[in-house]
Design a binder for this molecule. Structure first.
Ligand SMILES: NC(=O)c1ccc[n+]([C@@H]2O[C@H](COP(=O)([O-])OP(=O)(O)OC[C@H]3O[C@@H](n4cnc5c(N)ncnc54)[C@H](OP(=O)(O)O)[C@@H]3O)[C@@H](O)[C@H]2O)c1
Length: 276
C-alpha cells in the first residue's frame, strides 16, 4: 500500500493501521516522519515526474491518497488538490486508488447528501476537492472516492479540533462556535479503519463515510471540551459568518457504507462515551 500524506493526521492513522496487514510505504511532503514498520519517502504530488518515480519504485497494489491542503493551509489549493490528485490518479491508472474527498464539495443547502448528489462547492477548498474528484474519475482507473466529514481524534492526547479552544479559554479569550453548521464528525481511527477495510475490497465509485451522529459545530466543540475536562459554559453559540462562503448543512448519508462495512461508523457520543 502506498499512502500519500502519511505525515498527516488521517494518512498517519491509515499507515499505522494498515501496517498490520500490508507492506506500507507512506509519503511526507515537508514534515519528515520516521515511524517504525512503515517505509517513508518524500513526495510532492505537484511534481508529476516525482509521482511517477515513486509509483515505479513502490509498485503499489493499492494507493490511499490523503495528501491535500485543507482550509487555512495556504493558497496553493489548485496545484496540490487538483493537479496533485490528477498526477496521482494518472500514475494509479493500473492500481486501485482510494481518494479522500470531503463533504464540503456540497453547497450545504439540503444536507443528508447521498453519493449521487452533484457537487456544488461554495469555497476554494470545496471547489478544488470537487475538481480532484473529477480528475480521479477521468483517469479511468479502479477508484473509490470517499467523501468524509470533520475528522477528529487525539494528537497525541488532545483532540486536534479542541486544542485551539482550550488554548483560547486558558488565555481568557472568548470562544465562539457556529450553531448552524451541521456535520457528521468522524473519529480518525474509525475512518482509517474503514479505509483499510475498503482497501481490501473492489468497492468503487463514490462512498460517503461520516460519523453516525449529526452535530452542529457548537455542540461538537462543547462535547470535545467536556471530554477534555474543560468547562464549556463560556463558549458562545453564533451563526456561521455569511462572508466566508461556508456550506451550512453538509451532513452525509452514510447508509451505503454502513451496510457494507464491518467497521461501525461511531458517532461522537459513542466515541466520547460517558465523558460528554
Ligand atoms: N481534516 C478534516 O476534518 C477533513 C475533513 C474532510 C476531508 N478531509 C480530507 O482528508 C484528507 C486528509 O486530511 P488531514 O486532515 O489528515 O490533512 P493533514 O493532517 O493536513 O495532512 C495533509 C497531508 O498532505 C501532505 N501534503 C500537503 N501538501 C502536499 C504536497 N504538495 N505533496 C504531497 N503531500 C502534501 C502533508 O504533508 P507534510 O505535512 O509532510 O507537508 C500531510 O501529510 C485530505 O484529503 C482532506 O481534504 C479532511
Amino acid at each position: 500500500m502506498l499512502v500519500t500524506g502519511g505525515s498527516g493526521y488521517l494518512g498517519g492513522w491509515v499507515s499505522r493501521l494498515a501496517a498490520a496487514g500490508w507492506d506500507v510505504t507512506a509519503t511526507y511532503s515537508s514534515t519528515a516522519v520516521a515511524e517504525p514498520g512503515i517505509k517513508w519517502r518524500q513526495l510532492d504530488v505537484r511534481d508529476p515526474e516525482a509521482v511517477a518515480h515513486r509509483f515505479a519504485e513502490v509498485k503499489p497494489q493499492v494507493v490511499v491518497h490523503t495528501a491535500a491542503l485543507n482550509p487555512g493551509q495556504g493558497n496553493d489549493f489548485e496545484a496540490v488538490n487538483v493537479a496533485g490528485t490528477a498526477n496521482v490518479a494518472r500514475a494509479a491508472a493500473d492500481t486501485r486508488l482510494i481518494h479522500i474527498s470531503t463533504d464540503m464539495v456540497f453547497d450545504g443547502q439540503s444536507g443528508s447528501y447521498v453519493e449521487e448528489d452533484s457537487p456544488a462547492p461554495l469555497n476554494e477548498y470545496g471547489r478544488t476537492k470537487a475538481l480532484a474528484e473529477t480528475a480521479v474519475t477521468e483517469a479511468g482507473g479502479d477508484s473509490l472516492i470517499i467523501r468524509t466529514s470533520l475528522i477528529y481524534g487525539w494528537r497525541p492526547t488532545v483532540a486536534r479540533a479542541a486544542q485551539w479552544m482550550i488554548d483560547a479559554l486558558d488565555r481568557g479569550d472568548s470562544v465562539r462556535l457556529w450553531s448552524d453548521e451541521m456535520r457528521c464528525p468522524i473519529w480518525v481511527e474509525t475512518l482509517a479503519t474503514a479505509i483499510v477495510e475498503l482497501a481490501d475490497t473492489d468497492v468503487s465509485g463514490f462512498l460517503h463515510v461520516g460519523g453516525d451522529q449529526v452535530m452542529s459545530r457548537y455542540d461538537f466543540g462543547v462535547a470535545l471540551l467536556r471530554f477534555h475536562g474543560v468547562d464549556p459554559s463560556s463558549v458562545v453559540a453564533v451563526p456561521s459568518p455569511t462572508d466566508q462562503l461556508r456550506p451550512l448543512n453538509c451532513t452525509l448519508d452514510s447508509s451505503q457504507a454502513r451496510t457494507m462495512l464491518a467497521t461501525p461508523l461511531l458517532g461522537v457520543d459513542a466515541v466520547l462515551g460517558g465523558n460528554r
